[in-house]
Design a protein. Sequence first.
Length: 321
Amino acid sequence: MTQIAQPSFLCVCLNPTLQKTLSFSTWKRDQVNRTSQHRMDASGKGVNVCRVLTQLGKKALHLTQLGGNFKDLFIKLCERDSVPLLWAESSSEIRFCYTLLDQSDHSVTELVEESAPVQPGTEAAIWELFKQECNRISNLTETQPTLIVSGTKAAGFSDDIIPNMAGLAKERGFRIILDIKGKDLQNALPYRPDIIKPNLLEFCTTYLPHVDPGRIQVDELYQQSIQGEVLSRAQALADEFDCSIVISRGSKPVWVIEGGRFYEVPLTPVVPINTTGSGDAFTAGMASALDDGLSLQDAVGEGIRCGALNAALLRPGVIRE
């Protein structure tokens, strides 16, 4: 386990991943596809966020659970990338996820394994580590520290773990950024995080379940048709829970609700190599800029810059090789 002297960022993700990336000049279904361009990385949204923050020169620490046959590999890959790691034993296998890159059309296909359930006692161990580190960081850091909670949690954790983290961090004066969805987001909002950052699909599946998720992903006109409903619901949540809401939309402008106003932040077009982890690079860039005292609008711009840098690289969840 790694501890750094004065971290400013605590990055939590309770679903570690080993990410296998394979790049093909082109690939076809129902055929044997071979490539010499492939790599393995420690991943999961929290690792990606922590890695990009570290590349931006910030002192960040990643908290997660680990277990199974590939635990040591995950730890070594984090050490290779200078990702400070704090973990609790889960006695459950780390999941694998696969990214298939087609260079002919710049498409990115994700194959995602569901996580194995963590064993009894894991949540209590994670909570103790979180409390200790949250207290330590709040006592050590002269400026406002930041808690970033990202992604889904593995099976076996209760619905209380993430809201409890948000509540304790709020008491300790952390800036709180949540890149989560579903019950985790709904249950954590009463603790008044500073920023929630779902993508459009995650926001709609959480708060507008009648919206067609398939059309959101492929139909820009459909996105435009539901914009008013999305923004109305987002503004109501922002007013009720005193938070800002940043809704990413892939290559489309980011929607931001800040206070009583709405604005869009445009993206600079980029020819992608691998978009895996771009949302996490966005979160890290935004959080880093807020830590530097920038406005939310400028911080979103920095998030967009970092997301674009990630998309132009083969490695997932980085802004430089």
